[in-house]
Design a protein around this ligand. Structure first.
Ligand code: ATP
Length: 597
């Protein structure tokens, strides 16, 4: 990723994320109001402190103590109430901001094309949606509140200092830019360390997540040490970055202490000269030195704020990178919802290539075509079987139909309407995709089936399960339809999960059915159990069956054979076998082991 200067990123991030505060701006104004009042109260306390020193302490008069002391207490109590209201509202607004930001990034991620998820490690995305999102809050909500607080405190305190001793106040402020210079020196190094820490955080989450996902491989192939080493490498990178960040912060804090000492010494030196000239008493000097204790924290906070913002920009860059990834498809500007979809699919001279590795959102010219000039038509009630060697482009067709991507050239039409003219949600309602990998949601079996059609009744769920030959095994489970399942669940076999997915598809009742290797990974018995309900599901619909398994080939109305992205053969099973081309060769390969089994 291109590295931008700190200020540019901070400004860009602020502009991108500030709109999320919309709706809470009056609360933000209230917080800023509280912060300003708190700064004013502290200024009043400083002036009362000056009064106490001048009248009660210097003159040793207890009578002069009570009135300013009572006022000071009153101001402190008022400041405490205002401080409580301001700070607790600030936390509430900050958390709401984090919630909205996370929801916005999450919603954006939902629309991104499949290749985005193949190119970003899942753990890293998780880290961006959690840790990085919270870092941005420091930049926007807390950043604004702290800037207002530090700026107003500095202005008020400086005015108070001028009232107390204008000459000493000016001397103090001449040295104030030293704080700013110190913060500037550290800014870019702190951002680099913060960026490395955020990246390492993401890498650690990724390694843990990937390791847990491949635990069987790790155990079966004795890869435990290799996995531990992988985690160790990332953990060390994280530790280095985090220690470097902490060291830089500590160095900055200590440097600020030294600068403060220089300022106090300058005031004392100037005071000593003033006393020697009889223009000042020791009491006044001590009072002013104590006053510096109030004055420097807001000045220091301004410098510190720069560093916090700097560190937060490291997280902001990572979120901006996600927001920069564009969905591969979008709703048409003037969508044309179809009245009633019959399911006539027309694939018309379609060319397609996947976005290249460097192109986040557009097709790279260097990527080879996965589909080349593919044309065919599928009508309701037809079973079209698509087969071909591995990498021929079969699954790519399945990805174009629900518009995960649009073709580079050519068109696909549903009942004569181009897919990109249909509202996305509407199009996807009419196409049921059963992908190669059985998709399981976190929830009960009932929820897993019912998500095929939101609002489905329990009776409809059971009927769909019966049609998918899943009812018997679901009923035999101790919790039946209320059994909890999750991705990677061990409770059910591959064939059983596949039948749950089929029940979901039955319930969806869409006119177009796209099945991508529905029997892959299943043994002969499980495959047979899936094939019968599959045949029922296909009847009356437009079905595209993508498979290497040619057991269903004799039933197909047409077989399309793809090779290197081209449609090389098309016809019925017997017809293609007679041609002794690619299909006959493929059939020979799949038929042989079946014969032997
Ligand atoms: P298989 O039978 O092994 O599943 P397939 O015929 O379904 O193979 P596709 O998955 O359609 O093949 O892939 C067609 C071509 O597109 C292959 O060369 C593959 O490497 C490439 N491809 C697939 N997915 C992507 C992707 N996300 N990014 C880049 N190239 C891809």
């Amino acid at each position: 990723m291109r590295v931008r200067p700190v200020n540019t990123t901070a400004r860009l991030a602020f502009r991108s994320f500030w709109p999320l505060v919309k709706g809470d701006r009056r609360w933000l104004a209230l917080i800023c109001g509280c912060v300003v009042i708190a700064a004013l109260a502290e200024t009043a306390a400083i002036l009362l402190f000056g009064e106490l020193t001048d009248h009660a302490l210097q003159k040793g008069s207890l009578d002069a103590f009570w009135a300013p002391a009572a006022q000071w207490l009153g101001v402190a109590a008022f400041a405490a109430v205002v401080g409580y209201v301001g700070n607790s509202t600030a936390v509430w607004v900050a958390e709401r901001f984090v919630m909205r930001l996370r929801a916005r990034i999450f919603a954006h991620v939902q629309d991104l094309p499949p290749h985005f998820f193949q190119r970003h490690r899942q753990g890293d995305l998780v880290e961006r949606l959690t840790g990085d999102v919270e870092a941005i809050e420091q930049l926007v909500v807390s950043g604004v509140v702290r800037t207002v607080s530090a700026l107003f405190s500095t202005v008020f305190f400086f005015t108070a200092a001028l009232i107390l001793r204008w000459d000493l106040a000016l001397a103090t402020f001449v040295l104030a830019p030293l704080f700013w210079l110190a913060a500037r020196q550290f800014a870019s190094r702190i951002r680099t360390a913060a960026r490395q820490e955020r990246v390492a955080d993401g890498a650690i989450t990724s390694v843990v997540e990937e390791s847990l996902g491949t635990i069987v491989l790790t155990q079966a192939y004795n890869r435990r040490r290799a996995e531990e080493k992988r985690l160790d490498t990332e953990a060390r990178a994280w530790m280095r970055a985090s220690v470097r960040g902490a060291r830089l912060s500590e160095m900055y804090t200590q440097l600020v202490e030294v600068i403060e000492t220089v300022c106090v010494l300058a005031v004392i030196g100037l005071g000593a000269w003033e006393i020697s000239q009889d223009r000042m008493t020791l009491g006044q000097l001590l009072a002013f030195a104590a006053f510096l204790g109030y004055l420097y924290p807001p000045i220091r906070a301004l410098g510190q704020l720069g560093l916090t913002v700097t560190a937060a920009t490291a997280g902001a860059e990572r979120l901006l990178e996600i927001l920069a990834a564009r969905p591969a498809v979008s709703d048409p500007p003037v969508p044309r919802p179809p009245r009633q979809v019959r399911g006539v699919l027309d694939v018309d001279h379609v060319w397609f290539r996947y976005p290249g590795p460097d192109a986040a959102d557009t097709a790279s010219a260097a990527a080879p075509y996965a589909l080349r000039d593919v044309s065919f038509t599928a009508r309701p009630g037809e079973l079209i079987l698509i087969t071909g060697p591995s990498g021929a482009g079969k699954s790519t067709i399945a990805r174009l139909l629900p518009r995960f991507y649009d073709p580079a050239a050519g068109h696909i039409r549903l009942d004569g309407t181009r897919l990109d003219a249909l509202p996305l949600e509407n199009l996807r309602e009419h196409i049921t995709l059963l992908p190669q990998k059985t998709l399981v949601l976190h929830g009960t079996i009932r929820e897993n089936i019912a998500c095929g059609r939101p609002g489905a009744t329990d009776d409809e769920v059971v009927r769909a399960a019966r049609d998918a030959a899943a009812h018997a095994f679901i009923s035999a489970l101790p919790d039946g339809y209320a059994t909890h399942i999750a991705p990677g669940t061990a409770q059910l076999s591959g064939g059983q999960l596949q039948r749950i997915a089929l029940a979901r598809a039955v319930l969806r009742n869409a006119p177009v059915l796209v099945l991508d290797e529905p029997t892959a990974g299943l043994d002969a018995l499980s495959a047979r159990q899936v094939i019968a309900p599959l045949r029922r599901l296909m009847s009356g619909r437009t079905t595209l069956l993508i498979t290497h398994d040619l057991r269903l080939a004799p039933d197909a109305d047409r077989i399309l054979v793809l090779d290197h992205g081209r449609l090389v053969e098309s016809g019925r099973h017997e017809e293609l076998l007679g041609r002794s081309g690619t299909y006959a060769r493929l059939h020979g390969h799949t038929a042989r082991p079946a014969a032997g089994s």
